[in-house]
Design a protein around this ligand. Structure first.
Ligand code: S3P
Length: 181
């Protein structure tokens, strides 16, 4: 049986926001990859990008994902680019049910504006955020689409998303256990 849920999806789709209520509902722990990176390095994500660039950040991200994947009964909020490395995707798939939180670029831009703006997201600095979001999201879409379950969050409350993710997780658990007798 899968004993991890990995939340993947673009920045601003609610991964960090939803990990805790999902974990609470299951009696599991919630982990957040960006927070774990910040705890490990004592640096913020933008500072890590400033100092070592995206490549340095991705190395740390993979290390933290590998550590998280050793835990049992965890809901893990990943960063938007955690699915870029094949090794990360394999580690998540081994024991995890992978959920992609989806949202339209305009929804994402609005949520990011409300939560610190593009300065907190090094990959969205400079260019017009909506254009940058749309381009980066489209390039990554084939990887996000590999999730076991995809949910469009634009018009949903966090409670509704939590409920639907739990339902999907319980259904796949029932199927993998052989279904009802
Ligand atoms: C990134 C997403 C961010 C953070 C970093 C890179 C990305 O996390 O990991 O800025 O490549 O999409 P959130 O998805 O939590 O914003």
């Amino acid at each position: 049986m899968k004993d991890q849920i990995w939340l993947i999806g673009f920045m601003g789709t609610g991964k960090s926001r939803l990990a805790r209520p999902l974990a609470t509902a299951l009696g599991w722990d919630a982990l957040d990859i960006d927070t774990l990176i910040e705890q490990r390095t004592g640096d913020t994500v933008p500072a890590i990008f400033d100092r070592g660039g995206e490549a340095a950040f991705r190395v740390l991200e993979s290390e933290v994902i590998e550590d998280a994947a050793r835990r049992e009964r965890v809901v893990v909020a990943t960063g938007g680019g955690s699915i870029l490395a094949e090794a990360n995707r394999n580690v998540m798939r081994e024991r995890g049910f992978i959920v992609c939180l989806e949202a339209r670029p305009d929804t994402i831009a609005a949520r990011i504006r409300q939560s610190g703006g593009a300065s907190e997201r090094p990959l969205l600095r400079g260019a017009d955020p909506l254009t940058a979001i749309a381009a980066l999201k489209e390039a990554r879409q084939p990887l996000y689409a590999q999730a076991d379950f995809v949910i469009h969050t634009d018009d949903m409350t966090p409670d509704q998303v939590t409920h639907q993710v739990l339902t999907a997780f319980n259904e796949q658990t029932a199927v993998s256990a052989g279904g009802p007798i």
